[in-house]
Ligand binder design. Structure first.
Ligand code: MSP
Length: 527
C-alpha cells in the first residue's frame, strides 16, 4: 500500500477569537502535512472547531447573541486564521454540523453501548466549565481550578458513565510500548504516572434540561452527550465514519499524529484510546504534545491584556515570518515565550539580514558580474571552491566534519539527510534550525571567497562560487517549503526555477524581486 499521512489539530473552542496558541497548532500540523504531501504520500490534514458545551453557551449569553450566531462568527475566524497562515487543510469539521459530524458521533456512541461500556449512575462532583470536565479537590488551589481561576460548580445528577477503568491496562501498555507514541518523552512519563492512579469511569452525558446545546444521546433525548465524548470523535467523523461513505476512514485511520497541547493530554491519552478500544478501532499512532506559549513571561489572559492576536503579526511581517518564528523559536514540545521584541529581533536578524539578504546579495552579484546568467561549472571547477566552514550544531550528527569538501557533498550527505530525518521524526525545531544554520553557512562561504574581490582576478572561480551559493539556496529553499511555502517559492523564482522542478537546474537566470523580508527597523510600517 502507498504511504499515507493523517494529521490533526485539536478542534478549537469557539468561545473567543483565535490566539497564538491556536495558530501554533495550525502551523505545526500544516508543516508536517506539507512535508508528507510533497513526498508523494496520500495526506489528510484536518482542523476544525469544538462548538458544544456549557462554556460556549455561556460565552454567547454574555455576548447577547444566539449560540448559533456566536459560534458561526468565531468559526469563521478560525477558518480565516488557517487561510492567513497559508495552511492547506483538507477538511474543516465543526461539531454543531448535524450532517457531517453528528452521524459519526452517534454511531460511535452506539458502539460503546454495544460493548456494554456505557451505564447510568448518579454522580456528585465538582465541574469546571473552563475544562469542560469534572475536577477533584486535589486539582484545586484555594477552592478554585488553578488553570481557569474559577470556582467549580457542584453538580449532582444522573448521567451515562463510560467504563474507562476497563481499558486502563490496555491503554497503559499501548503507551508504554509506543503502539500509541507520546512525544515528548516527558509527557509519556507523565501520563503513565497518571494512569497508575487515574482512569476511573467518567461521566459521558449531561441532562438535556441543563445543557441542550449538544448532540442528544442516541435513544435518550433526556441526555446530551458530554462535550469531550462528542468532540474527540471529530477525528473520525470528518473521515466519513458513520456517514455511509467510509473511503477516507479506511484510507486514513488511524491518525499518524494528533497535535495537542499538554493541557488536553489526558483526554487524548486516556479517554480517546479508551473509546477507540471499546469501539474496536485502532489507536492513533502518535500524540505530539506541544507546550504552552506565554506572552511576555505570563500566561495569556484577557485580564492581563497580553493575549497575542496572530493576525497582527501576520499582517505586519507576513505569514512566513510568523511561521518561522513559531517553529524556530519555540522548541516543539516545550513551553515557550512570545514577546514583540524577540519577534522583531528574529525578523530583522535571521530573516531580513539573514536569509533575505543572502538571496538578494547573491542574485545582485550574479546580475552584476555575469549579466544575470550562469551555467553549471565543471566538477573540477566546483571542487576548487570547497567549503571551509563546518556547520556545528548539536542537532547534526557527529559525522559533520566535511571542512574542505565540496559544498554539494556537504549538503547531500549532511544537511538534506539530517533535515529529512528530523522531519520524519517530528523534530520540526531541529529541522528548521539545521536549515537556518545552513543559510548562515552560505553567508560565511561568501565571506570566505569574497566574490566581489575575486571577480577582478579570477572570474571563473567567482562563477563557481556564486553557482555554488545559488544552487544551494535553491536546494535549501526546496526543503524550506514545508515551513515557509511562499518564501520558498519566491526564492527559487529569483534564480529562475520553480519548486515543482525536482532536479537541480543546469543554468541560473536571475529575476530580481522585491526584498523577501523588508526591514521594519526604520521607516514606516509596511505590509
Ligand atoms: N476544544 C478542545 C480540544 C478538543 S480536541 C478533540 C480545546 N480547545 S482550545 O481551543 O481550548 O485549545 C485548543 C488547543 O490550543 C489546545 O491544544 C491547547 O493546548 C492549545 N493552546 C491554548 N492556549 C495555548 C497557549 N497559550 N500556547 C500553546 N497552545 C495553547 O482544548
Amino acid at each position: 500500500m502507498d504511504k499515507k499521512f493523517y494529521v490533526t489539530t485539536p478542534i478549537f473552542y469557539v468561545n473567543a477569537a483565535p490566539h497564538l496558541g491556536h495558530a501554533y497548532a495550525d502551523v505545526v500540523a500544516d508543516t508536517l502535512a506539507r512535508w508528507h504531501r510533497a513526498r508523494g504520500e496520500a495526506t489528510f490534514f484536518l482542523s476544525g472547531t469544538d462548538e458544544h458545551g456549557a462554556k460556549i453557551v455561556r460565552a454567547a449569553e454574555k455576548a447577547n447573541v444566539s449560540t448559533k450566531e456566536f459560534v458561526e462568527k468565531h468559526r469563521d475566524e478560525f477558518k480565516k486564521l488557517l487561510a492567513s497562515l497559508g495552511a492547506q487543510q483538507d477538511d474543516f469539521i465543526y461539531t454543531s454540523d448535524s450532517e457531517r459530524h453528528w452521524p459519526g458521533a452517534e454511531a460511535f456512541w452506539k458502539k460503546l453501548v454495544d460493548a456494554d461500556d456505557l451505564y447510568k449512575a448518579t454522580y456528585e462532583g465538582l465541574y469546571c466549565v473552563g475544562h469542560e470536565a469534572f475536577v477533584t479537590e486535589k486539582d484545586l488551589v484555594d477552592g478554585k481550578c488553578a488553570d481557569h481561576n474559577q470556582t467549580p460548580e457542584k453538580i449532582a445528577e444522573e448521567n451515562y458513565f463510560f467504563r474507562l477503568s476497563k481499558y486502563k491496562d490496555r491503554i497503559k501498555s499501548a503507551i508504554a510500548s509506543d503502539e500509541m507514541r507520546i512525544m515528548p518523552e516527558s509527557r509519556k512519563k507523565e501520563i503513565l504516572a497518571f494512569l497508575e492512579e487515574g482512569a476511573v469511569d467518567i461521566s459521558f452525558s449531561r441532562p438535556s434540561k441543563d445543557i441542550s446545546w449538544g448532540i442528544p444521546v442516541p435513544g435518550d433525548r433526556e441526555h446530551t452527550m458530554y462535550v469531550w465524548a462528542d468532540a474527540l470523535t471529530n477525528y473520525i467523523s470528518a473521515l466519513g465514519y458513520g456517514r455511509g461513505d467510509d473511503t477516507n476512514f479506511k484510507t486514513f485511520w488511524p491518525a499518524d499524529a494528533h497535535i495537542i497541547g499538554k493541557d488536553i493530554l489526558r483526554f487524548h491519552a486516556a479517554i480517546w484510546p479508551g473509546m477507540l478500544l471499546s469501539a474496536g478501532l485502532p489507536l492513533p499512532k502518535m500524540l505530539l504534545v506541544t507546550g504552552m506559549i506565554r506572552s511576555g513571561g505570563q500566561k495569556m489572559s484577557k485580564t492581563l491584556g497580553n493575549v497575542i492576536d496572530p493576525t497582527e503579526f501576520i499582517d505586519q511581517y507576513g505569514k512566513d515570518a510568523f511561521r518561522y518564528f513559531l517553529l524556530r523559536e519555540i522548541p516543539l514540545g516545550e513551553d515557550g515565550d512570545f514577546t514583540r521584541e524577540r519577534f522583531r529581533d528574529v525578523y530583522e536578524g535571521n530573516l531580513a539580514h539573514g536569509m533575505g539578504n543572502l538571496v538578494s546579495r547573491t542574485a545582485a552579484m550574479i546580475n552584476k558580474y555575469f549579466e544575470g546568467h550562469i551555467e553549471a561549472p565543471s566538477a573540477e571547477a566546483l571542487a576548487g571552491v570547497p567549503t571551509r566552514r563546518v556547520l556545528k550544531h548539536e542537532v547534526l550528527s557527529s559525522r559533520v566534519s566535511l571542512d574542505g569538501s565540496a559544498l554539494n557533498t556537504y549538503f547531500e550527505r549532511d544537511i538534506a539527510e539530517e533535515f529529512s530525518r528530523a522531519m520524519f521524526e517530528y523534530r520540526l525545531t531541529d529541522a528548521i534550525t539545521i536549515l537556518s544554520s545552513f543559510f548562515s553557512l552560505l553567508d560565511g562561504y561568501i565571506q570566505d571567497y569574497e566574490p566581489y574581490r575575486l571577480v577582478k582576478t579570477d572570474p571563473d572561480k567567482t562563477k563557481a562560487v556564486l553557482w555554488n551559493v545559488a544552487l544551494h539556496i535553491i536546494r535549501a529553499a526546496k526543503l524550506l517549503e514545508s515551513f515557509m511555502p511562499s518564501t520558498a517559492e519566491k526564492i527559487v523564482k529569483v534564480f529562475g526555477t520553480e519548486l515543482k522542478q525536482k532536479e537541480d537546474p543546469t543554468s541560473i537566470h536571475i529575476t530580481l524581486s522585491e526584498a523577501l523580508f523588508p526591514s521594519k527597523a526604520d521607516g514606516p510600517k509596511t505590509d
